[in-house]
Design a protein around this ligand. Structure first.
Ligand code: PAF
Length: 301
């Protein structure tokens, strides 16, 4: 397959390196460079660091892509889709993969004909410098259709599974997207505010706040028609805290590096849906306000 990956952040590069072992991979980035080179350090030094070289920003390669994988942050999706639209045939499947929710209606409107799919991944990667990529965590990826044409693209789950397992097709992709949102609502704001590692949230002082977050998210999920049990969500959150104990969450890193966070697409999306259903979400609202204050302080500094 010919693949174009839109967005050269840690997750885009991670999929790019793995997919390039079986497919031709081209990147579409904001800087217009014609190539992208990096050194990839596999998980736990399973093998030696490897150099990778990719073509980038070549409209004819985008036009010939069999699939576009969009890995930019949620707040960049609209701009990224607009930048590829002039070159994108209406038959090319587009897979959107980001933390948080709330871009799918806009993406469907921008791509009325293309097969549209969403994916959520628990794979983790980190860029210690601009030309280096470390694979820092393994986890499942779910892929599913966001419009009727997307349902014809199940074979893409096999390509992702071959590249970076485990990856499975999900007939109701909103379910794993909401489950991941619950994990992000619980871990990301708390670790960003306390500037701590994910594993620190296992301390007793965080238990009641994590319980409250999970109760609120489960209530909104049920109102959205997604099966959810707050005890089961809480268990999943504990599992991720344990599995990623040594990691700094993406929001922790965004706050410490003075970057815009994904809070409006994580807790903000939850609050938006809660308002729609008339559900009070006070714990999540407090966390959203605290992160917005931290972002504002950075902005004013
Ligand atoms: O955003 C992140 O950092 C990750 O999605 C997660 C699951 C919270 C682990 O760090």
């Amino acid at each position: 397959m010919n693949l174009t990956i839109v967005g050269a952040g840690a997750i885009g590069r991670l999929w790019g390196c793995h997919l390039s072992l079986h497919h031709s991979v081209h990147f579409w980035t904001r800087d217009n460079a014609r190539t992208l080179s990096l050194t990839f350090n596999p998980l736990e030094n399973a093998s030696r660091p490897q150099p990778y070289h990719f073509a980038a920003n070549q409209p004819e390669q985008l036009q010939q892509a069999d699939c576009v994988l969009l890995t930019v942050k949620a707040f960049q999706v609209e701009q990224a889709l607009t930048s590829i639209l002039p070159y994108l045939p209406p038959t090319t499947p587009v897979v959107v993969m980001h933390n948080g929710m709330g871009t799918h209606r806009m993406a469907s409107a921008l791509l009325p004909d293309n097969p549209l799919l969403y994916a959520t991944t628990a794979q983790a990667a980190y860029r210690p410098s601009s030309a280096q990529l470390n694979h820092t965590g393994l986890g499942p990826t779910w892929l599913g259709a966001m419009n009727p044409a997307g349902h014809q693209q199940k074979h893409l789950a096999e390509a992702l599974q071959q590249a970076l397992p485990p990856c499975q097709w999900h007939a109701q992709i909103l379910t794993p997207l909401w489950q991941k949102l619950a994990i992000n609502c619980a871990i990301n704001p708390l670790t960003a505010i306390a500037q701590c590692r994910n594993g620190d949230l296992a301390q007793a002082k965080y238990h009641s706040r994590l319980d409250a977050i999970c109760n609120e998210v489960a209530a909104v999920m049920r109102a959205e028609g997604i099966a959810a049990d707050s005890t089961a969500l809480r268990r999943q959150v504990d599992q991720v805290i344990k599995n990623t104990a040594a990691n700094y969450s993406s929001m922790n890193q965004d706050i410490s590096q003075h970057r815009t966070t994904e809070i409006d697409y994580i807790t903000g999306y939850l609050i938006d849906r809660a308002q729609e259903h008339g559900i009070a979400v006070p714990e999540n609202t407090r966390l959203w306000q605290q992160i917005k204050q931290l972002e504002q302080q950075d902005h004013d500094a």
